[in-house]
Structure formats: C-alpha cells, structure tokens
Design a protein around this ligand. Structure first.
Ligand code: ATP
Ligand code: MG
Length: 891
C-alpha cells in the first residue's frame, strides 16, 4: 500500500480519470464571476452556463462536449458555517465533469461510482456509500439499483429543496440552467454519530453521513414565473450533466482524518496558527484555529484573482471574511497583524495548481497586513466605545443585546470579548437579545446571498416601507441639499444618531450615485448645522430609495434635519472610467466583431473592468487597435450627452442595450457626440446607461488596457485604466523596465535583446549541465552496462537497484529507462539525492509487479512520499540510502 493520496494527487487523479473518459481538461476560472447576478463563482458549472443553454462548446478553439475542471469557488452563504460545521469551507475546490448535450445520467452516475470505488482511483469501501435522488426520478433509481447495484434501502428521495440544483430553483430561482440531482454520501462511521441513514430522511443534517458529490442533470432553463407565481421551466435544447465534488471533503474522507483541518492542506496552517498564538489546536480555542486557517485561504485566493477589501460588493465580502479571521486571531491573543504570515503556506500548498497565487504573493501579503492593521485599530475603537457604555451603567446591570450586536456589526467586536470586558465592570450581557439581533442580520444576509446580491447595509425592506423615492441630482451636481427621511440601523428605524455611530441614512434629495450598472456607489460627506457624517458608500433599493452608509463624525443627526451632501472628488475619476468603458465596448465591437456582448462590468475610481463574450484571447495587435480607437475619441474631445427617452426611440436610434437586462418604459441614453473611423467604417458609442459620465471625452485623458484574461467559457475580461490612474501605471511600468535594465547593465531600449542573449546563454549552460549529468550517471552505472547494479531476486522478480549521486529529475528517469533496457531486470529502482524512480517491464506488471505500491513503501522508509502507475512511479525522498535499504522487506 502507498500512503494516503495528497489533495494534489486526488485533484490530478480526478482530472486524469475524466480525461480517460474523453473529457477536455480546462484550468480553473477566476473566483470573480463574470455573471452580473453573482459576486463569486459558487460552482464548477458557473463558467459554462452559456454552453448548457446551447452555446457552442468550443474552448479556445478546441471543440469538446465533455469538459473536466477543478474550479475554485467562494460561497458567501457558508462563511458563517466555517468552524461551526465540519463540512463547510468558504473557499472550496470543486471537481467537476460536464456534458453539453453529450452523455447523460447513466454515464455520470456509473463513472462517479467507478472513480469513488475503483482500486486505481479513490478505492473507497462501496458499502459506505449512499445516494439521494429527486423524488420521482425513476431513471436515476434504476441506474443506482440495477446497473450499479446499490441496495434500494441506501437511496433516499427528496424534493426540490434538496435534490434540485440550484436548490428550490423552480420556485425561487435564479433563472438559467437547472435540474434534478443525485447526491452521493459517505458514511464516516459511528465516531461521528450514532444516527442511521434512515434517520437522515428526517434530520437532513448529519456529521456522520457526509455529502461528497452532487451529480446534477441540467435539463431546464428556469425563467421568470408567471404572474400568479407558477414556476416556468423550459426544456433546454439538450440534456446536460454537471457534477461537483468538494475536493476538501473527498480528501478528508480518503485520508481518513477527522476533519478538513487535519488534511494535508489545512494541517500545516492550523499548526502555524498554534505556533503563532501559543494555543495548541487541541484546546478550547479550536474554532478560532479553524476559522483563521480556512479564511486566509479564501482571502488569499480572491485577492490573487484581483479583488481587494472595500466597503462594497465583492470587496465588502472579502473585508468581512478577513475581519472574521482577524477577530478570531484576536481571541487567540494575537494583538499584532499575523494572518499575513500564513499566506506563504497557502501559496506552498495551492500555488502549484493555481499559479496566480504565486504570481501575486507579495500583493496578497501586503493587502492582508494593511487590512489587519486597520482592523486592529477599529477593535481598539470598539474597546473605547464599550468602555464609555459600561462606565455609564450600574454594577449588576445588563448590557442590551442590541448594543452588543452593534459593537460586533460596526467594530467587528466579538461578543465573547464584550462579555469579558463587561464582567470587569460587574455587568452582564443580554445574550439572548444579542443572538436575536445577529439572527435577524443573518437572515437578511442569507436572503441576499441566494441571488448573490450584496446586502443593503443591514436595512431591511420593512424599515424602508412608505419612504418616498429619492430625487437624484448627481448627474449634473456634486453637491446638493436634502432632508433626512429616515435613519436605519440593524434592520430598524432609529430616532437619532450620535457621534461615532454608523447607520443607513435616507435623504429626500441626493447628489450621491448609488451602486448600479457596474459603477460603484459614491462616497463623500454630509454636513449640517453642528455636525458632519462620512458617507462611505451609497446603494439603492430596487424601487429607488437611496441608502447612504454613514459614520457620524461629530454632532447628532435626526430625522428631519436638512443636510448638504458633498460627493468626494473620486467621482470624477469614476466618471472617466465609465465613459471609457462605453468607448472600450464600442471599440471592441468594431475590432473583434459584433459577436462581442457585454457580460458584466466594474467601474470604479481606480480602474475599470469589462467582461464580454468572445471565443479567443485577444492578440497584441487587437489590443493595440482597440486602445488606438479609444484614444481617437478622447483626443477628438467630443461632447458626451445623456437624455431620457422611450425605449422604442432609443432602440431605433441604435443604442446598445444589455441582453437579458430589464428596462422600464423610459430609458436613459448616453451618447458620445461624434464618431471615429476604423478600417473605413464609422464607429459610434450610444448606450442605455444610468451611470455618471464626463461631459467631454477629452476629460478621460490617458487610456491603457492592462490585459485580457479568460473568466468563463467564451467570456473574456479586459482591465483598463483612464486618466491619472493610467499615467501612474504607465510610469511605474517604465520605472520597472528601467530598474530591470539597470540590473542587467543595459538600457531599457536594449532590454529585450539583452534578455534574449541571456536566455540563449542559459540554454547552452543547461545543455552542458544535462550532458555532464548524463556522463556522471553513466559513469556511476558502470559505463552503461548496468554492471554497477547486480540483479537481485526479490519476491520472484529480478530487481536492479542503484544510487546515483547528484542526479535528479529527467536524468533520473532517463537513467531508470536505460537501466531497465540494459540490465535485463524486471524492476529497477534508481535513487538520486532527493528523488526516487521505480520502473517495471510490461511483463512484470502482468505478473503482478506494481511500481506505485513499491515506491510508497520505499519512499516511506526514505522520509518522503510518492506513488504512481504499475509500470512507473516516482517519489520525493530525503534519505536515499534508507529508501534502498528497505528493498528487501518491501516485497
Ligand atoms: P451542503 O448541503 O453540505 O451544504 P450543498 O448541497 O450546498 O452541500 P452542492 O451545492 O451540491 O453542495 O455542491 C457540490 C459539492 O460541493 C458538495 O457535494 C460538496 O462536496 C461540495 N461543497 C459544497 N459546499 C461546500 C463547502 N462549503 N465546503 C466544502 N465543500 C462544499
Ligand atoms: Mg450548501
């Protein structure tokens, strides 16, 4: 037997298994979803939504109706579950195989079974496997019982709440591909509970029966329900397969360890947390260890994918995850930034499969550290605020649950800490009240996360009932007066706000743009007689009530107060990026063709991002052509105008609308009043858009495209900068080229030639090294006759074993080949300083030899681990002598 498979081994085996079943292996897409309805990629299928709906299944030019991936996913809804259940991570790797109108249920289920139970694959004990199916899915029942041979009593039937994906999609959405599913469970045994599979029909929650794999049969397109609420499920043009297995879960099962946190990826993280904090994992603090270890992985990945903590949308989620981790680090007694010290471990464990982690390690560490510093300051603020509250109370009194919750919500102040400090004053905390406030807030978050929408700053619909719609004047003005209509905190209306508190403010009239159409919400301040508040973000309800997230800096704010809103100057940078986005869109259509359709966008003060449908990576020439077109518009300094008009008129005028977006009767059209020409054709920009724009294109200033990447099948993402952000970026690039040139003793102009020359030198040197290593290997092998390795008879096989000093990698494998060729052995074992290779002839394999199994034993003796196929296996080791010394006993 070899040692347990590592997480990386399992990932690789899964992909290999499905390649052997005719699947095309694709790399993971970004965690940042292109789909405007969700913040993050939540499942392996998400990048393939279009293919399930009938779009051609062609991936960078390669057609394939079968695809397999290991997709990194982030599930906001599971953040609070981390540390509480043993089966939820916030970041998970989903192993998936997909069929776009090719194979269906039979193959999906029988292959899943083969992968889980096959001795070459996961080799799980089949008597521990169970399945659930959709209530009336007889087809799945027959396949499970008759073709696979699962006893009928090991199958449970559930409704759309469990066995439909997305759950409850017929009734509740989201729209798009969906279908019934069959889930596979693994019985972890009585250590985890004495419940039975029959109990699961009622409890639907078990630490013992763990769901490991969901096989979904997407055959419907869920559309808007009818007026009376009847669900609408349209048959898709063909039947599809979408399966998802959590790598963290299967690794924990295969490695037979107690929970995620003991598997090969998490154990080093947990150990590091214990080392930094001085609290062992096996102690009272283990929830904190888990939360820290798990969250740092998510945060690292999402930052590596280009997001950063902020107060809105994705950034807000990242901030929330980081602060939760920070809070737990604080509970472990860590008072200095420490989470960032875990990032290298994450990169070490996952950077191989996700090279973006390696490429962005420095950025991730710096971002995490800065956020920790600012959060620790906030915590100190919370301690002061709590001190004020407590010193105004009598001994023996109780701190209201809502106050404890506000401390948590505003300052990220853990309730345990609140209790601890309150105790010092002889004051207790109303924990039931705290739990109630927390639950209200969580219900809101859950309602929001189902559709992936970000929360409305804790303001629920009820608290906003009856408020009139806000008059928005911010297209033309950056300052305006209005009246405070409502103050809302933690879901309820508040009569007034005092300095230091934070709540949602509703105004009758506002200059602040509310997040929408890809554009971020405005920030700035509100001023009134005797006070100032910081506006940290702006959102609006679907009806059109604007919500300002405000921190009161000084004074007291009441309903009815007249305030003056002043938008921060960053808005101008945002406007530049917004108009630049329209120009980019028009230029992409001109250069790449009218197949380009917008899939999502982000418009912020510091950058823009644009996702669009297109089947291939952009060439350098295409990028340059698009950039040039945009620059032409800019230098022509055309006026930009906006006008409301009936939708029919807008369409007649040729305005670009977003496919699938709902528009009202009256729409706003933003036009650039002048065309540019591309290859003799004139190109114009006119879009339906509610965003804020510059008044003349010349205000945009510089424009630069940073790059083009793949975010979903057939969806590309371009990031670009405008104005000062563009100039600053270009300057930094030039400086970096200058620094690199200086390091190589040349000038930036000659840099490419110099690097080319160095590469040639390096290749020549490498060739020489290889030749020298080969000679060295041959010399040690007795001049190629294999004479240095006498044949031994072990377990009925002729075995040649050899230790080669200074030989690794390719040369080690080459030496093993040569030895097998020349020595007449059935099996050869070759050890270098750090590596071990075992090879067997085909005849020996037929007689039962297994290189993979043999190497597992040798590697264990040699202080390493490894595995492989029956005919060829390799391992990393630290002690070659010990590995070879174990040969006698390994057969
Ligand atoms: P659960 O009911 O346990 O939350 P789920 O029904 O949400 O699971 P699916 O959406 O069907 O799970 O996802 C497919 C697979 O992904 C699951 O079978 C599981 O192996 C894995 N998975 C789902 N959520 C998580 C998570 N939060 N952490 C780790 N793995 C997960
Ligand atoms: Mg779930």
């Amino acid at each position: 037997m070899t040692g347990p498979l590592s997480t990386s081994d399992i990932r690789e085996k899964y992909l290999q298994f499905f390649e052997s079943k005719g699947h095309l292996r694709l790399p993971s897409y970004s965690t940042v979803a292109p789909d405007p309805t969700t913040l993050f990629t939540v499942a392996g299928m998400q990048p393939f939504k279009e293919q399930f709906m009938g779009a051609p299944a062609v991936f960078d030019g390669v057609p394939s109706k079968r695809v397999t991936t290991a997709q990194k996913c982030l599930r906001i809804g599971d953040i609070e579950n981390v540390g509480r259940t043993l089966r939820h991570c916030s970041l998970l790797e989903m192993l998936g195989n997909f069929s776009f109108g090719d194979y269906f249920k039979r193959e999906a289920l029988t292959w899943a079974w083969e992968f889980l139970t096959g001795p070459e694959w996961m080799a799980l004990d089949s008597s521990r496997l169970y399945a659930t199916i959709y209530q009336d899915d007889e087809e799945a029942f027959t396949i499970w019982t008759q073709e696979i041979g699962l006893p009928p009593e090991r199958i449970l039937r559930f409704g759309a709440d469990e066995n439909f994906w997305p759950a409850d999609a017929p009734k509740e959405g989201p729209n798009g591909p969906c279908g019934p599913c069959s889930e596979i469970f693994y019985d972890r045994g009585p250590t985890y509970g004495d419940d039975t599979w029959a109990d699961y029909a009622d409890t639907r929650e078990s630490a013992r029966f763990l769901e490991i794999w969901n096989c979904v049969f997407p055959q419907y397109d869920r559309q808007e329900p009818r007026e009376d609420g009847t669900p609408v499920l349209k048959d898709l043009p063909f039947k599809n397969i979408d399966t998802g297995m959590g790598l963290e879960r299967i690794a924990t099962v295969v490695q037979d360890v107690y929970d995620f946190y003991s598997n090969d990826v998490f154990a080093p993280l947990v150990a590091k947390v214990a080392e930094l904090s001085g609290h062992p994992y096996e102690g009272p603090h283990n929830v904190s260890h888990r939360v820290v270890a798990e969250h740092i992985r998510s945060v690292s990945m999402v930052i590596a994918d280009g997001s950063a903590p902020s107060n809105t949308g994705r950034g807000y989620v990242i901030r929330k995850i980081l602060r939760r981790a920070s809070r737990h680090a604080y509970l472990l007694g860590l008072r200095e930034p420490s989470l960032y010290k875990l990032v290298p471990l994450v990169v070490d464990k996952m950077g191989g499969a996700y090279p973006e982690l390696q490429a962005n390690q420095a950025k991730v560490e710096a971002t995490v550290k800065a956020e920790e510093e600012s959060f620790l300051r906030t915590l100190e603020g919370g301690i002061q605020r709590l001190g004020k509250l407590l010193s105004g109370m009598e001994q023996g009194a109780t701190l209201a649950g809502e106050d404890a919750f506000l401390l948590y919500d505003t300052y990220g102040f853990p309730v345990d800490l609140t209790k601890e400090i309150a105790e010092e004053y002889g004051i207790s905390v109303d924990e039931a009240g705290y739990a109630e406030s927390l639950e209200n807030a969580q219900n809101l978050a859950r309602a929001g996360s189902k559709y992936g929408k970000s929360e409305l700053f804790g303001a629920n619909q009820e608290a906003l009932d009856g408020l009139s719609l806000t008059e928005f004047v911010g297209y033309d003005a950056l300052e305006a007066e209005g009246e405070v209509l409502a103050l809302v905190g933690a879901g309820a209306r508040l009569p007034h706000l005092s300095a230091g508190s934070e709540a949602t403010v509703v105004l009758s009239r506002t200059p602040f743009y509310a997040e929408g159409g890809g554009e971020v919400g405005d920030t700035g301040r509100i001023e009134w007689d005797g006070g100032i508040g910081l506006v940290r973000d702006t959102r609006k309800t679907p009806q059109g009530v604007f919500l300002h997230d405000v921190l009161i800096e000084s004074g007291e704010l009441r309903e009815g107060t007249r305030v003056r809103g002043v938008v921060a100057p960053e808005r101008q940078a945002t406007e530049r990026h917004h108009t630049a986005t329209h120009l980019l869109h028009a230029a992409l259509r001109a250069v790449l063709g009218s197949g380009v359709a917008q899939k999502g966008s982000l418009v912020a003060a510091d950058r823009l991002r644009f996702d669009f449908s297109h089947g291939a990576a952009m060439t350098a020439d295409e990028i340059a052509a698009v950039e040039t077109l945009v620059s032409r518009w800019i230098s022509a300094n055309f006026p930009v105008s906006w006008k409301e008009m009936p939708i029919a008129e807008a369409k007649a005028a040729g305005a670009t609308a977003l496919f699938g977006e709902k528009y009202g009767e009256t729409v706003r059209v933003v036009s650039v009043e002048g065309d540019v020409s591309y290859q003799g054709q004139s190109v114009s920009s006119k879009e339906l858009c509610g965003g804020a724009h510059v008044t003349r294109t010349g205000e945009i200033g510089a424009f630069v495209i940073l790059g083009d990447e793949n975010v979903a099948a057939g969806v590309r993402r371009v990031e670009a900068l405008a104005g000062e952000a563009a100039t600053a970026w270009l300057r930094e690039r030039l400086n970096s080229a200058a620094r690199a040139a200086a390091l190589l003793n040349t000038s930036p102009d000659a840099l490419e030639a110099r690097v080319g020359g160095l590469q040639a030198q390096l290749r020549a040197a490498e060739k020489e090294t290889v030749a020298v290593r080969r000679q060295l290997a041959e010399a040690q092998m007795g001049g190629g006759t294999g004479g240095a390795a006498p044949l031994r008879d072990l377990g009925g096989f002729r075995v040649a074993a050899l230790q080669l000093a200074g030989i690794e990698g390719n040369e080690l494998r080459g030496a093993a080949d040569k030895l097998l060729d020349q020595s007449g052995a059935d099996l050869v074992v070759v050890a270098g300083g750090k590596g071990l290779v075992v090879k067997a002839t085909r005849a020996a394999v037929e007689r039962g030899a297994h290189a993979g199994q043999l190497i597992g034993k040798l590697a264990a003796a040699g202080g390493g681990k490894g595995g492989g196929r029956p005919d060829m296996a390799q391992a990393g080791i630290t002690d070659a002598g010990a590995a070879l010394g174990a040969l006698e006993t390994a057969f």
